[in-house]
Design a binder for this molecule. Structure first.
Ligand SMILES: *Cc1c(COP(=O)(O)O)cnc(C)c1O
Length: 389
């Protein structure tokens, strides 16, 4: 994709061509400062969940605040190792032997999802590997069943009934991941207490515990200091190094997806069709049925529109909103909060133009600096995903 980079450049001061992502470093730093506060107050280590956000051109900024990365598959382990200083954690719901061989020398911690994977793969590991097992604590906080790790018949982690002292004796750590966008501190500390009591004997046997991600501690008004206290108490009680694996909390509200209106059609309601699609460029809008929000919209706006995608899927819309004036062809719309679980899920459905990725830096005074191009794509990238060029 670097070949594409050189061929795609507009006139020096021409507006950037849509669609594109703009990652704002000032907003990223706001979230990262909260991470720093949480770490300082609690002693917890934070590893970025790459499955949420892997745009490694920003890692120079992020890695100054976090302790490393965690992953959900072998290429993420490699990416974390290659691009992010600090610890590299490797987790996978299912490793093949080749996967384990690929990650065992570059991962500081290897976390298995089941006792059978642990038993089959542990002999392949180096003596020095730090080994963990994912636990299903059977308590969770998630808005939707699709994202609930403790849902019925969950394949994610080992339940208490399946965990013996003998298994735990082979482990250095335990990983619990049971939250999704949890901004409710009381609910979180209740889950933490349950885990501390239910798994007390096992927790006392290991040297590290990861409490996973899904904790929305960068949400405005979140009681970070109180969270730090309960984490610190947990770590002291069980004498473990605690980790959190934040994804969304790190990049929430940092990134816009900027699109242009291509057409306005009317069928009982007006729809503005834009040069992007949820299915290709903002997939979670569709999967979780969570409409996007638009910087240009206002509640009191007199002009309501559906913001529709240019894919062929009938229900592929970004959302509905009111605008202070009629939308015209060529208008730009700013789709807010478009970093998490978006760039990692980009695809070429319909052969649409892939959004470019830009990073707006802050300069030494902490104000707007230059815009860096992290990547731009063209037809060759599309073609190359489907066969040899
Ligand atoms: C998804 C996931 C995370 C990150 O979750 P966020 O909601 O983005 O914070 C962390 N750990 C594990 C095991 C995950 O599956």
């Amino acid at each position: 994709m670097s070949a594409a980079k050189a061929t795609f450049s507009g006139a020096p001061n021409a507006p950037l061509k849509t669609p594109y992502f703009m990652i704002h470093e000032d907003k990223l730093l706001r979230n990262l400062e909260i991470c720093k506060q949480l770490k300082n107050l609690s002693g917890v280590k934070l590893v970025l969940a790459l499955k949420c956000f892997s745009t490694w051109g920003t890692f120079n900024t992020i890695s100054k605040y976090l302790d490393g990365t965690t992953s959900s598959g072998p290429y993420e382990v490699q990416l974390g190792h290659d691009t992010f200083p600090g610890e590299t954690h490797a987790y996978s719901v299912g490793y093949s032997e080749d996967d384990v061989i690929a990650v065992r020398d570059i991962a500081d911690k290897i976390i298995f999802n089941s006792v059978s994977q642990l038993e089959r793969m542990q002999p392949l590991l180096n003596a020095a590997s730090s080994v963990g097992l994912r636990i299903n604590p059977e308590v969770s906080y998630a808005g939707q069943d699709l994202a609930d790790p403790a849902r019925a018949y969950s394949r994610l982690g080992v339940k208490q009934a399946g965990l013996t002292a003998e298994t735990v004796s082979k482990l250095d750590g335990l990983m619990f991941h049971m939250n999704c966008e949890n901004k409710d501190f009381v609910a979180y500390s209740t889950i933490l207490n349950t885990i501390s009591e239910q798994f007390s004997a096992h927790l006392d046997q290991v040297s590290w515990v990861s409490l996973g991600g899904g904790l929305f501690f960068t949400y405005p008004g979140y009681p970070v200091a109180e969270l730090a206290l309960v984490l610190k108490a947990f770590a002291e009680k069980h004498q473990v190094q605690l980790y959190l694996e934040p994804g969304e909390a790190i990049i929430t509200d940092t990134t816009d997806l900027v699109v242009s209106v291509l057409d306005v059609v009317e069928n009982d309601k007006k729809t503005a069709i834009v040069d992007s699609a949820t299915e290709a460029h903002r997939l979670d809008t569709l999967i979780y049925n969570e409409p996007a929000s638009f910087a240009e919209a206002t509640e009191a706006g007199q002009y309501p529109y559906i913001i529709g995608s240019c894919s062929c899927l009938a229900g592929d819309i970004f959302g509905e909103a009111n605008f202070p004036q009629p939308l015209q062809v060529g208008d730009r719309l700013t789709i807010k909060d478009s970093a998490g679980y978006t760039m990692v899920k980009l695809n070429w459905f319909n052969g649409l133009k892939m959004p470019s990725i830009y990073f707006k830096r802050v300069d030494a005074d902490g104000i707007d600096g230059k815009i860096e191009t992290l990547n731009q794509f063209d037809y060759r990238d599309f073609k190359a995903t489907l066969g040899q060029a």
